[in-house]
Design a protein around this ligand. Structure first.
Ligand code: MOS
Length: 747
């Protein structure tokens, strides 16, 4: 295992508990819907009950006359809601069609009106009293994407894939499918919008306060400086909360209309139709190898569905071009329109469904070759990124596979289907490789050392539940030697310096340079003051010879105890604080990262228990080995990976959003009918981080760990199921019905 650089105060890389833990466990943490403003009223949307057509008539008279009702907004009376500028990366919206824009219906559940009333109950009752009539057409919500007659586009290509595949000694040619999955963070989407004159404040459930502000300013037609977005805590988002959805604009427009703060909470059922999902995918994989298992051809043709109003490309080819060494490769993709709400990124978009297909195909290839599936991956490990000829900044997939094998006990695996037993159950062992991109974007942060003895950081990014508050605190603790009680981290407020969107697992890698730089700047300023304050203990010292350790300023040649508490230095100089701002750039502009292919890697090993007599399948054990650079907080990091593995169990065996073909309604749009993995479904999970710093990405060597944990879990489970039952399930989720054909039923 790689050695990590020792840090002065030893807190980087330590498994420290989250600094915001007590706020969450005591219910003190305020999520968007927890904000109750004076005079606040409630908005409830009315949803279309057809998925395609037009609104023929909308009768709001009864609703308008009901007790407490202040306003009913609809396409006939709503003010102009502007469109977002297409492809503006700093002001992105999820669904580009503004709500209530016209009388056209594109998906079931689309908002057709919004009731604003004094209480939630009054608004809910009045929303139910709005009478809409539609000219409905038969919607397209089919779960089959083939046959597809549209336009394919090439994502990546090298060599001559079709010739090489035709000539290959051993081949797999199969189509794999992943279903619509709905993001189900515990916290519902919610917006509290409050106007004061020309300015508006949002208390939002968003993964990006800065983007949200920019997008809302554009949509509402006001300057950016008139919009403030606050997200102190997020009950996760998994991508569903990256960008604003129509309800955000509606809450703001309603608030402007009634001149009162408006709260709009999206219900769990609405979350199945109006705030994104992972789209349906169908992916044909052709994999060819020589008889000894060297890949010669790899072709992926991936379809995903999108909505009628947006072109959402899932990007199923995310990991395909660089994961393995193969001379002939082609990845193509295309979109198929459906009458569903717009899809959105969901944890590991592209890579996760793409790896389900590719790693399942690799397992099928291993079976065809009569070769161990770990051996097959090792044999085809890539030493460079063959899609572009770049070196990897840091790639340890081989060690992930080897470490995972050893920890899992893979050498004891017998390859024949159904050949492994324990306590009367059939065991299946499967594995898959994993990868996810590594990114760093721009970030600004302010750090101040206060005369009150505290150090503070401010940044307009947000902790989506992953531990970012604690990452900031660890850097401040490392730099100042102060305990967490004297550290304040202030995030989730657009009045602060601009920080990153919480997406793509890039937050930690992105904020580290800025917070470290700002802390260094504030400390340098403090040391200058210590050396130049008349009458102070360190007056006349060369600031370069001074240090801040354990919160005390001292000479480098002396101990911290011989120095002065930093707040005393500030008090002596009659300063309230010293502070510094730091802005760090994107890795794309960094010479250190230039020409390098940057990704995280991993290996997933899964064990299933199959009880053929009663057709009971359980995932009993997962070993996951992750190469995600240096791990800043192994406790929060392992928590991310474990959560992702549980999500992977759900993806493999439970999750699927099903649409009614008659009217396009998600028919399992609630947490009783949409199955997700719970504690009872969770296997024993063993998480290992390799902890090799990736200094090309930042000076701490950290990459991201949110999404890589989900990559590869579902194919490892599907391969384990094949090993136990002999049934190869190529279309998720794996259902008991799929396994009833198992030969092992009679075993
Ligand atoms: Mo992530 S799917 O970029 O929130």
């Amino acid at each position: 295992m790689a050695s990590t650089t020792a840090s002065p105060h030893g807190i980087i890389g330590r498994p420290v508990p989250r600094i915001d833990g007590p706020l969450k466990t005591t219910g003190t943490a305020q999520y968007a819907a927890d904000f109750h403003l004076p005079g606040m009223v409630f908005a409830v949307p009315v949803q279309a009950t057809v998925a395609k057509g037009t609104i023929r008539s909308l009768d709001v008279t009864a609703a308008q006359a009901m007790p407490g009702v202040l306003e009913v907004l609809h396409h006939g009376n709503v003010e102009r809601i502007y469109r977002a500028v297409p492809n503006d990366p700093n002001a992105t919206v999820s669904e580009t069609r503004p709500p209530l824009e016209d009388n056209r219906i594109y998906y079931w559940g689309q908002y057709v009106a919004l009731v604003v009333a004094e209480t939630l109950e009054q608004a809910t009752a009045a929303a139910a009293a709005v009478k809409a009539e539609y000219s409905a057409e038969t919607p397209q919500v089919s779960g089959e994407l083939e046959p597809f007659a549209g336009t394919w586009h090439t994502v990546s290509a090298r060599g001559k894939v079709d010739e090489a595949f035709d000539a290959a000694a051993v081949k797999v040619d199969q189509t794999y499918g992943t279903p619509v999955e709905t993001h189900n963070p515990i916290e519902l989407h919610a917006t509290v919008a409050a106007w004061a004159g020309d300015t508006v404040t949002f208390y939002e459930s968003t993964q990006g306060v800065v983007n949200h502000r920019n997008a809302m300013a554009q949509i509402l037609g006001v300057p950016r400086e008139n919009v403030t977005v606050i997200t102190k805590f997020l009950g996760s988002g998994f991508g569903g909360k990256l960008f604003p959805w129509p309800h955000c604009a509606l809450a703001a427009v309603a608030s402007r209309r009634v001149q009162r703060p408006v709260k709009l909470v999206v219900t769990r059922t609405m979350m199945f139709s109006n705030v994104g999902h992972r789209p349906l995918t169908e992916q044909r994989f052709r994999v060819g190898a020589s008889a000894d298992g060297k890949l010669v051809a790899l072709r992926q043709d991936a379809l995903n569905h999108t909505s009628m109003v947006d072109n959402f490309d899932e990007g199923c080819g995310e990991a395909t071009p660089y994961l393995y060494s193969v001379p002939n490769l082609t990845v193509t993709s295309a979109l198929v329109q459906r009458n569903v709400g717009s899809p959105m990124a969901m944890r590991g978009p592209g890579a996760v469904p793409g790896l389900f297909a590719m790693e399942s195909a690799m397992d099928e290839l291993a079976v065809a070759l009569k070769m161990d599936p770990v051996e097959l991956r090792l044999k085809n490990d890539a030493s460079i990124d063959e899609s572009n000829g770049q070196k990897f900044s840091s790639r340890h997939l081989r060690e992930c596979l080897e470490t995972g094998s050893a920890k899992f006990g893979w050498s004891k695996r017998t390859p024949a289907v159904g050949s492994m037993r324990r306590d009367g159950k059939v065991l299946g062992w499967g594995m898959a490789a994993a990868s996810w991109g590594a990114y760093r974007f721009g970030c600004s942060t302010t750090v101040e050392l206060g005369a009150d003895g505290k150090v503070r950081a401010r940044c307009a990014t947000q902790d989506v539940g992953t531990g970012l508050y604690t990452i900031f605190a660890q850097v401040l603790a490392e730099k100042t030697g102060l305990p967490f009680e004297r550290i304040e981290v202030l995030l989730g407020d657009t009045t602060m310096p601009e920080g990153p969107l919480s997406g793509g697992s890039w937050s930690t890698a992105t904020v580290l340079p800025a917070v470290a730089g700002a802390a260094d700047g504030a400390i340098a300023s403090l040391l200058q003051i210590a050396a130049s304050t008349p009458g102070a203990k360190l007056e006349g010292a060369d600031a370069k010879t001074l240090r801040l350790t354990e919160g005390r300023v001292h000479r480098a040649t002396e101990s911290a105890a011989q120095g002065v508490p930093f707040e005393t230095v500030l008090q002596a100089a009659r300063l309230n604080r010293v502070s510094a701002d730091s802005t760090s750039g994107s890795a794309f502009e960094d010479p250190k990262a230039k020409g390098l292919s940057m990704h995280s890697f991993g290996a997933q090993f899964a064990e299933v228990e199959w009880e053929p007599g009663i057709a009971r399948l359980r995932v009993s054990r997962v070993v996951t080995v992750i190469d995600a650079g240096r791990i800043i907080n192994p406790r929060a990091g392992a928590n991310q990976i474990k959560g992702a593995v549980v999500m992977g169990v759900g993806m493999a065996m439970l999750e699927e959003t099903v649409y009614d073909p008659r009217n396009g309604q998600p028919i399992n749009g609630n947490l009783a009918d949409y199955l997700m993995a719970t504690c009872a479904d969770s296997p024993e999970i063993d998480v290992t981080f390799l902890d090799y710093p990736d200094y090309a990405l930042n000076s701490y060597g950290a990459r991201g760990i949110g999404e890589i944990g989900l990559a590869g879990v579902a194919p490892a489970i599907a391969s384990a199921v094949y090993h136990a039952t002999g049934v190869r399930v190529r279309k998720l989720p794996i259902r008991i019905e799929d396994l009833l054909q198992s030969e092992m039923r009679e075993a």
